[in-house]
Design a protein around this ligand. Structure first.
Ligand code: BDR
Ligand code: CA
Length: 319
């Protein structure tokens, strides 16, 4: 069977870097491109990080496009200080990876996404692990794509647990709640992998030691990068005892939805000042039997972590 194609839309970011590694390592998908977003870092920095990570993993053919640089609600983006604390000043744990030998693609990121959907249709999986600004822009430009793409699985939102930016709001949704609301209330079918499940997929220094012990470039670099993230989590979320694998879990679920149990729901994203960015059932469509969102509410954490470690350790042993 031909492999499905995957596009990642990332604000690279430490867990975004792990999402790249998971997509590269999975035998079930071909990573055909990365679109850069803003959030953990500024858009160009994130795209540069994606290029560096791809080079580290020997993937010098995967194109990287620079997406939109700020939210649809604003004319600029200011990086939150906490992002540097969690992901490092450079977004990848202040680990100094060599500058990639190649640069971004010169083409338009939104057109790349639309054209890829036209080309691959139901065989294409999109995984946004940053704000939904790029996907919203693509739907605005070519509304028909909502019925053409095979699978959209986002990392974002929180339905059954509190947020991580405010009591009700998760970071990716918080960057551009209006875009998220338009995406959630569009005809697009999507899987939401939010804090409900990603805060249960935790990695510790025991696992990163396995990578360090490989004595390879990528094993050592990823061990250093993720150790930075684990130390940051120790400060910001001491109760968790590890770092959350938000973004690579979304990639895992996109490929194999049986890692989670999902709830069918029509949702919206609130944009009023008090509850800005809350992802919750849409009161206007609660009784509609046709639902467009599947929310992950439970997870087979052990099986996922085992798969994650098998894939990444094997990949890091080769580069
Ligand atoms: C999400 O926010 C970003 O900081 C992470 O990369 C992840 O995508 C978690 O809320
Ligand atoms: Ca991210």
């Amino acid at each position: 069977m031909a492999k499905r194609k995957m596009i990642l839309d990332l604000d690279t970011g430490i867990d975004d870097a792990l999402a790249i590694a998971y997509a590269v390592a999975s035998p079930d998908v071909d990573l055909i491109g990365i679109i850069g977003s803003y959030g953990n870092v500024y858009v160009e920095e994130g795209a540069k990080n994606s290029l560096k990570i791809l080079e580290l993993l020997g993937q010098t053919d995967v194109p990287v496009y620079v997406g939109l640089s700020h939210s649809s609600e604003s004319d600029h983006f200011d990086r939150m200080p906490v992002s540097a604390r969690i992901h490092g000043e450079n977004g990848i744990g202040d680990v100094d990876l060599p500058t990639a030998k190649r640069s971004f693609e010169s083409g338009d990121a939104i057109d790349f996404l639309i054209n890829s959907i036209k080309q691959y249709g139901k065989d294409l999986i999109l995984v946004p692990t940053g704000p939904l600004t790029n996907l919203d822009a693509a739907i605005k430009k070519a509304p028909e794509i909502t019925g053409e793409i095979g699978n959209v699985t986002i990392m974002g939102g929180a339905l059954t647990v509190p947020g991580n930016v405010t009591n009700v709001t998760e970071a990716n949704i918080n960057q551009d709640a209006s875009a998220a609301n338009r995406v959630f209330t569009s005809p697009l079918h999507l899987n939401m992998v939010g804090l409900d499940v990603t805060l249960r997929t935790l990695l510790t220094k025991q696992e990163t030691k396995t990578w360090r012990d490989l004595n390879t470039k990528s094993g050592s670099a990823f061990a250093d990068i993720v150790d930075y993230y684990i130390d940051a989590y120790k400060e910001t979320s001491p109760d968790l005892n590890g770092c959350a694998l938000h973004d690579p879990f979304a990639v895992g679920v996109a490929i194999d939805p049986s890692f989670v149990q999902m709830l069918d729901l029509n949702m919206y994203v609130t944009t009023d000042e008090k509850y800005y960015g809350r992802t919750v059932g849409d009161p206007a469509r609660l009784s509609d039997p046709d639902t467009n969102i599947k929310v992950a509410v439970n997870a087979d954490v052990d099986r996922y972590l085992e798969t994650f470690m098998t894939y990444l350790t094997d990949l890091f042993s080769q580069h």
